[in-house]
Design a protein around this ligand. Structure first.
Ligand code: EPU
Length: 422
């Protein structure tokens, strides 16, 4: 098992390039199931979640090969085993996004129910309801979702909103299934995250007929078949946001390449209110801080609101603010494993239901800490960059799920992170 030793405090400066988006890549990889033949995807990040997804597609019958740095070839000529085994799904719950495309391609799919995870229960009732609305028969057997539509799916008007707003992967599943359904589907209260827009653009490049992309109302005219695609995924807005916080928390200055600020306005606006300078520059931006960290109140929301996937990183930053901040998690109210770990580093955080009251402290102090989920782990790395002394972060595999060798990106900027296998 790998651990990080992080020596702080440091001041970061230099230029860093953002990788392709993990959360766009995963459903786009699943979308290739819909089109027999060879698809070629560019800017697919080299992450453990992507490897798991490749393994999963391989189990279904696809041939998955890394062609070069960032390019992935998926040959979906044969998809003859429409089963997502528990063994793989338990390692990555995003595996659920094969359910819709498998059902549309094969008329049947069996996918293990993903369990909960460190950030909460993670139900899939909305995925199931949406696919049922398209005519699928769905039941649960031995922990597997069995979905059947031997005579194909039929377009319908579907409302996809849930108690916590729209669902990203639920929208992805129904959208992918609807591309091959007979007639017209309208998805109301669709997730409008940039990753869903990217998926819809990719599906259109495969021959789908989707309009309303980027809005809460997706309209899909079903087509007979889709063709393989060459497609490049968008930059990872969460990795970009993590680098922005890295610049801010270390009072540094970073040029962040391959970053679409338009996808990140809520985070950028919050940074500016905190006293961080964010300036557009070519295909990226320059982020710097010279003054004190000001307080901010953050509430996570579906896009275009403040993303839950940056909540932990911003909490690390606000823990050094000049006063009290409140962070409210509205998407995953239990996403707070980082709170206790940051407190071990001398932060002063108090959880009250889905809210965390962040009382700013003058400095963070290194400690041994435990990575619990992907974004919580990123928050610990950020805190460690600013903390006095050597922080040891255990269970680094969580970080590797969503960040391409984060230490190799941060060390050339002045970070002192060593990876050790213990
Ligand atoms: N929800 C339901 N029923 C459902 C599905 C979701 O009630 O059937 C609830 C969830 O419990 C949650 C809310 O709806 O309260 C939103 O969940 P959503 O379905 O949008 O999450 P997801 O699609 O499973 C994706 C990202 C997450 C990100 C969330 C929210 C991928 C692979 N995962 O998950 O990313 O936090 O959207 O933006 O796209 C991460 O990258 O670290 C990560 C966890």
């Amino acid at each position: 098992m790998d651990i990080f030793r992080v020596e702080g405090p440091v001041r970061l400066s230099g230029s860093v390039t953002v990788s392709g988006s993990k959360n766009a890549s995963l459903p786009i990889m699943a979308a290739t199931i819909l089109a027999p033949g060879k698809s070629s995807l560019a800017a697919i990040p080299n992450l453990s979640d992507i490897s798991v997804c490749g393994e999963l597609l391989g189990e279904l019958g696809c041939k998955v090969t890394r062609e070069s740095q960032g390019r992935l070839c998926i040959d979906a000529t044969t998809v003859d085993n429409p089963v997502g085994e528990y063994e793989i799904v338990r390692r990555m719950r995003a595996s659920i996004c094969i359910l819709g495309p498998l059902l549309a391609r094969c008329g049947r799919a069996e996918v293990s129910m993903p369990g909960g995870c460190a950030i909460g229960d993670r139900p899939v009732n909305l995925h199931v309801r949406g696919l049922q609305a398209l005519g699928a028969e769905i039941h649960l057997k031995n922990g597997y979702i069995i979905a059947e539509a031997p005579n194909g799916l039929t377009g319908r008007d579907i409302f996809m909103g849930g108690p916590f707003g729209s669902t990203v992967l639920g929208t992805a599943n129904v959208l992918m299934a609807a591309t091959l359904a007979k007639g017209r589907t309208v998805i109301e209260s669709a997730a409008c995250e940039p990753e869903i827009a990217d998926l819809a653009n990719c599906l259109n490049a495969m021959g789908a007929r989707i309009t309303g992309i980027g809005s809460h109302r997706l309209i899909i005219e079903g087509v007979e078949q889709l063709r393989p695609v060459r497609y490049k995924v968008i930059p990872d807005r969460i990795e970009a946001g993590t680098f922005m916080v890295a610049a801010a928390i270390t009072a540094g200055e970073l040029r962040i390449e391959n970053c679409r600020l338009d996808d990140m306005m809520a985070a950028v606006d919050t940074l500016r209110n905190i006293g961080v300078t964010v300036e557009t520059d070519g295909n990226g931006c320059v982020v710097s801080r010279t003054g004190p960290i000001k307080t901010a109140d953050i509430t996570t929301q579906p896009y275009p609101g403040f993303p839950t996937d940056l909540q932990a990183q911003f909490m690390a930053l606000l823990s050094l603010a000049d006063g009290n901040s409140v962070v409210i998690e509205k998407i995953f109210p239990d996403r707070s494993m980082h709170v206790a770990e940051l407190n071990r580093m001398a932060a002063n955080l108090r959880k009250e239901g889905p809210a965390v009251i962040v009382a700013g402290v003058k400095k963070l102090i290194a400690a041994p800490v435990m990575a619990s989920d992907l974004r919580a782990s990123a928050a610990l790395v950020l805190a460690a960059l600013a903390a006095e002394g050597e922080t040891t972060i255990n269970r680094v595999y969580h970080i590797d799920r969503g960040y391409e060798r984060i230490e190799e990106k941060l060390n050339p900027l002045g970070a002192k992170i060593t990876r050790e296998n213990i």
